[in-house]
Design a protein around this ligand. Structure first.
Ligand code: GLN
Length: 258
């Protein structure tokens, strides 16, 4: 009897170790879907992430995510999610990482880790083509459109004398309302606003000069240090071997400085 008891304790211990290693690797989480790097993204932010007519994902982040997954020996899977809740969704385990033209900020670093920076940009101010607005001070008493939960939202929220801030789930909605005369200015990532304005120069213009300097990073849950390191190594390789430059040339149009 005694031996049976001892044996079952040993068996239980073995089971416990196996179960624990199945849940997490030594310093990380299990992948959401085995064999895949599952990436959360808010896919209405061209040229970084959009859905094509057939529902497939397309853009700079999408191509970069694919290249990173390849380096990790994984396939890639994208989940469309809203930007305002992207950190919560990431931390609750809906995806392995988030790639969504996400600016590295100290505030966000409190709840997630960021990869090394992979893109430099900043906010700019877009206004109707016939707008008298020329500088920030001219926004006094005006209605500003932003995308909810973004750095543009934060920036607009810090302006003292604006009349109202309208917050939209997706950046293009803010531009649509500006076209319809409901918004006087849109504060948004310059690299995203530029193509929108270039497509419709009769409706919009950008006030030259960036309002902020920002860098995008890939968001990784804090308890997945192992994945963060692999992603940084993959990013480094992709930057060194020319893959990054190819992706840049394919998705980012260079607009000459005004
Ligand atoms: N770069 C901005 C931010 O991180 C906007 C991101 C986005 O809308 N996808 O807040």
């Amino acid at each position: 009897m005694k031996r049976v008891a001892q044996l079952s304790i040993v068996l239980l211990l073995i089971l416990a170790v196996v179960a624990a290693s199945g849940c997490t690797s030594s310093k990380g989480r299990k992948l959401v879907k085995e064999g895949y790097l599952t990436i959360g993204t808010e896919a209405e932010f061209a040229p970084f992430e959009v859905r094509l007519g057939d529902g497939s994902f397309y853009g700079f982040d999408i191509a970069l995510g694919e290249a990173i997954a390849k380096e990790l020996g994984l396939k890639v899977d994208y989940i469309d999610t809203d930007f305002a809740g992207i950190i919560l969704s990431l931390n609750s385990g809906k995806f392995d990482i988030a790639m969504s033209a996400m600016t590295i900020t100290e505030e966000r670093k409190k709840s997630i880790n960021f990869s090394d920076p992979y893109f430099d940009t900043g906010l700019s101010l877009a206004v109707p083509a016939n707008s008298p607005v020329q500088k920030l001070d001219d926004l006094d008493g005006k209605i500003i459109g932003v995308q909810l939960g973004t750095t543009g939202d934060l920036y607009a929220s810090s302006l003292k004398n604006v009349r109202e801030i309208k917050r939209y789930p997706h950046a293009p909605d803010a531009f649509l309302d500006m076209k319809n005369g409901k918004v006087d200015a849109v504060i948004n990532d310059d690299v995203v606003s530029k193509p929108i304005v270039a497509k419709d120069p009769n409706s919009f213009k950008i006030i030259s000069g960036l309002l902020t300097i920002e860098q995008y990073g890939i968001a990784v849950p804090k308890d997945n240090e192992a994945l963060l390191q692999k992603i940084n190594a993959a990013l480094k390789k992709i930057k060194e071997d020319g893959t990054y430059d190819n992706i840049y040339d394919q998705y980012i149009i260079h607009y000459s400085a005004e």
